[in-house]
Ligand binder design. Structure first.
Ligand code: 13P
Length: 259
């Protein structure tokens, strides 16, 4: 792992926790992490939109070393787009990282590579960092199509971005069959795909972008498997779903070096 790629551990809460529960969870996480907490690790939490203001206020008032993230956004700044939230609204709340193209949004809400691309561009334009998700289905993996599927998602999702922009963003590799199933990719398979993502970026953008880009693994990450995943050369962090809802578990994942 290069010096610049500080590990990034992100908690995607999905549609869990109201704003009272969110405050409690972040307080507990901060307490569990302690002072030694987040040395050389960037920790982000991605609560539902309705929790963001409460969590922002808490992080700011207690000067927590926890970074605020969002789970999605729209690509326009403002306008007649009922129900949508803009990147600039998120940036105003000190949101620093925005997940785009999560497989649940692709599968359940019709997200396409094109909309993922527009969102990634808009998040960058608002001064935040996109976490661009990719990953194959079980059928695609079994058919030997996993690499080409992910390559297509990366090329289309990051289309039009400059090499410098790609260097600064995050790609999360989340094999769909490993999400919420308790079935993690082997660290070898996860490493192989994360290395593949880097080679796609080297080919499509530049060697510098490939070396600087942070690649997360996601899919049933737990305290018991994080250390081995993090020991892989091309895995720079994790996008954690279920285990991020429980502060004890999430803190143990953040402190993967102590395992
Ligand atoms: P789980 O950690 O619950 O498998 O979810 C992974 C995920 O989708 C994170 O975005």
């Amino acid at each position: 792992m290069s010096e610049a790629r500080i590990p990034l551990i992100s908690g995607n809460w999905k549609m869990h926790k109201n704003h009272f529960e969110a405050i409690q969870a972040v307080q507990k996480l901060h307490y569990r992490l302690g002072d030694a907490e987040v040395e050389d690790v960037v920790v982000t939490v991605h609560p539902p939109f309705t929790d963001l203001r409460s969590v922002q206020t808490l992080i700011e008032s207690d000067r927590m070393d926890i970074v605020l993230g969002a789970q999605d956004c729209y690509w326009e700044t403002e306008g007649a787009f009922t129900g949508e939230v803009s990147p600039t609204m998120l940036a105003k709340l000190d949101v620093a990282y925005v997940i785009v193209g999560h497989s649940e949004r692709r599968q359940l809400f019709g997200e396409t590579d094109e909309s993922v691309n527009r969102k990634a561009v808009a998040v960058l334009a608002a001064g935040m960092t996109p976490i661009v998700c990719c990953g194959e289905t079980l059928e695609e993996r079994e058919a030997g199509d996993a690499e080409s599927k992910v390559e297509g998602q990366i090329r289309a999702g990051l289309a039009g971005l400059s090499s410098a922009q790609v260097a600064g963003l995050v790609v999360a590799y989340e094999p769909i069959w490993a999400i919420g199933t308790g079935r993690t990719a082997t660290s070898e398979d996860a490493q192989a795909m994360c290395a593949h993502i880097r080679s796609v970026v080297a080919d499509g953008w530049s060697a510098d972008a490939a070396a600087s880009l942070r690649v997360q693994y996601g899919g049933s990450v737990k305290p018991g498997n994080i250390a081995e995943l993090m020991s892989q050369a091309d895995i720079d962090g994790a996008l954690v779903g279920g285990a991020s809802l429980e502060p004890d578990e999430f803190a143990a994942i953040v402190q993967f070096r102590q395992h």
